[in-house]
Design a protein around this ligand. Structure first.
Ligand code: TEU
Ligand code: CA
Length: 561
């Protein structure tokens, strides 16, 4: 029996924003499309693919860094914030990208990397010159500890101490990433105002907002050993908001590995005036090994995965906003990590997309995910290019691990999985370049490529396009209340989204097996099949059979009998 509810139209407390209904697409420029045959993706290459992105339906592109950089960390080490790296193009190319994207209803999000700069940034060159340098205090310098070693035991994300001794002045500088990425001193008001000035300069060029690299680290209290979530973090973000984008209608998303549902409300709560949303990684790190971290990931535990994603859905239901993503340029390929890249490639890629894109939040598609690109299997160390992987290899081998063992972990979790070139076609190097690519293309490009999918209505690509379009058409997908069902079921992900008199039911089999599940009375219904990766499902009753990785969504009216 269905309840006959006839409540007044619900007034969501959340103020409507354009980016609530948007789907963002992340581009890793180095690996997206090479226009001039030098083996490196570039801005003209992106411009050449705008029609492809428009037909996918995405309305925001987040570009990983395109600024001048010695590329120690592929651009996350910036030496000039107000210029473009030669290999990516020119400022004129960038302005053209913004204009051409805008004509297609697409906005450009820049990657704001302001926790650190490159060691080649003129600020650092000046700062390291002498202890009396006028920019000394732009970075974090400390004298050696009593035994001459580093000031404390803070470690770098890429391995080893976070401190490097600079012989010129006999002091250590802090770098939470590579030694070529010195951390800026956010306590210095001059540093902050320089950054705000630079941000406004880009906003004035017409960008749609920023993705903020490791933004949870800028409030660090180095001497107390605090890096993430420091005491002044939110003061700085409120100041940044006031001084830069606060009055502009842009999207801002902060990368925050330390974020909890509570802190997410500090960043994105309605009265806080900080950011639109953050990326949270709780569901990522919960499957890392206690000692070896991501290099020995545990198998995905669906019950735990549902619990974490559900917790975030609830915590930000009435205030704040979620970001939704399975992958990015640091993470393994979604279908390899959470699906089945060999046995049920198409089914599982579509299933994952269905589950993610119908939740509440703004979905992010990482380049190539829309065609189901997979992890790569490298066999020799020189195929890897990522600084994190190469540094970690050195440390693990010093600690007694064999290179072969390390490669097994890197093929599962290394960042280069996400960085092999976009597979456009079955042409040499997947149509990414006419030259020789900076990193090898995944050999499966011959069968797994965009060209073969865009014209096929049953492809993974077509499924993503459908999901992006559904979000634009159905407010229930954007604003509906989330409720999870069958929390403890190890095989299926089931949730409903409710708005006014509409209810969306999403059911997904996370296993490569044919299964039968029992559904509680409240879920029995007839409705309109919205999307599926098998044949359309218009009715569910007490028992439901699901094929391997089957997923579907059913839209029904709560007023109907
Ligand atoms: O990543 C932050 C970060 O902490 C990653 O290094 C992450 O921990 C790691 O990949 C997972 O093992 C951001 C950028 O997304 C990343 O590409 C940069 O290398 C890093 O910051 C430094 O800017
Ligand atoms: Ca190029």
């Amino acid at each position: 029996m269905k309840e006959l509810v006839n409540k007044p139209k619900s007034l969501s407390i959340i103020e409507r924003k354009w980016w609530h209904a948007a789907t963002v697409y992340q581009i890793y420029p180095r690996s997206f499309c090479d226009s001039n045959g030098d083996g490196i993706g570039d801005i003209p290459g992106i411009i050449g693919r705008l029609d492809y992105l428009q037909s996918l339906g995405v309305t925001v592109l987040w570009l990983s860094p395109i600024y001048k950089s010695p590329m120690d960390d592929n651009g996350y080490d910036i030496s000039d914030y107000q210029n473009i790296a030669d290999e990516f193009g020119t400022l004129a190319d960038f302005d053209k990208l913004v204009a051409e994207a805008r004509q297609r209803g697409i906005g450009i999000l820049l990657d704001l990397v302001v926790n650190h700069t490159s060691d080649e940034h003129p600020w650092f060159v000046e700062s390291r010159g002498s202890r009396e340098s006028r920019l000394r205090d732009f970075y974090i310098w400390r004298p050696p500890s009593a035994d001459g070693g580093p000031p404390n035991d803070l470690t770098s994300s890429f391995g080893g101490s976070a401190w490097t001794l600079d012989p010129r002045t006999g002091e250590y500088y802090l770098h939470l990433f590579s030694r070529r990425q010195p951390d800026l001193n956010w306590k210095n008001p001059e540093v902050r105002s320089e950054i705000y000035r630079m941000m406004n300069w880009w906003l004035d060029r017409g960008i749609a907002g920023f993705r903020m690299d490791v933004i949870d680290l800028i409030g660090k209290e180095v001497d107390a050993g605090i890096t993430a979530d420091g005491p002044h973090l939110h003061d700085y973000l409120q100041e940044m908001n006031r001084e830069t984008f606060g009055e502009r209608d842009v999207l801002t998303v902060g990368e925050a590995w330390s974020a909890t549902p509570d802190s997410a409300l500090l960043y994105s709560g309605r009265d806080r005036r900080e950011l639109s949303m953050v990326f949270q990684f709780e569901y990522v790190t919960q499957s890392w090994d206690e000692t070896h971290g991501k290099w020995r990931p545990k198998p995905v535990d669906l019950v735990k995965l549902k619990a974490v994603l559900g917790k975030w859905q609830h915590a930000l239901a009435e205030d704040g906003w979620n970001s939704l993503f399975w992958g990015n340029h640091d993470l393994p390929r979604a279908v390899s990590r959470y699906g089945d890249a060999t046995g049920y490639h198409v089914e599982s890629a579509k299933m994952l997309a269905t589950v993610l894109h119908l939740m509440k939040g703004t979905p992010f598609i990482y380049q190539g995910e829309e065609i189901g690109m997979t992890n790569v299997s490298f066999t020799s160390l020189n195929q890897y290019k990522d600084i994190e992987t190469l540094n970690m290899h050195r440390l693990h081998v010093e600690a007694g691990l064999s290179t072969e063992d390390f490669i097994r972990g890197a093929n599962e979790s290394g960042r280069d999985n996400a960085r092999t070139p976009m597979q456009w076609s079955a042409d040499p190097h997947g149509g990414f370049t006419t030259g020789s690519p900076w990193i090898e293309v995944n050999p499966n490009y011959a069968t797994l490529n965009a060209a073969s999918q865009v014209s096929d209505d049953r492809s993974i690509w077509a499924h993503y396009r459908e999901l992006v379009s559904l979000r634009k058409q159905h407010p229930v997908i954007v604003y509906g209340r989330y409720q999870a069902w069958l929390d403890h079921h190890p095989d299926v992900f089931v949730y409903t989204r409710t708005l006014d008199d509409e209810e969306l039911l999403v059911i997904a089999n996370f296993t490569p097996r044919t299964i039968t599940i029992e559904l509680p009375d409240e879920l029995h219904r007839r409705g309109r099949p919205l999307i599926s990766n098998y044949s359309p499902v218009g009715e569910v009753g007490e028992t439901l059979g699901l094929g391997p990785y089957e997923a579907f969504a059913l839209l029904s009216s709560r007023l109907a009998p």
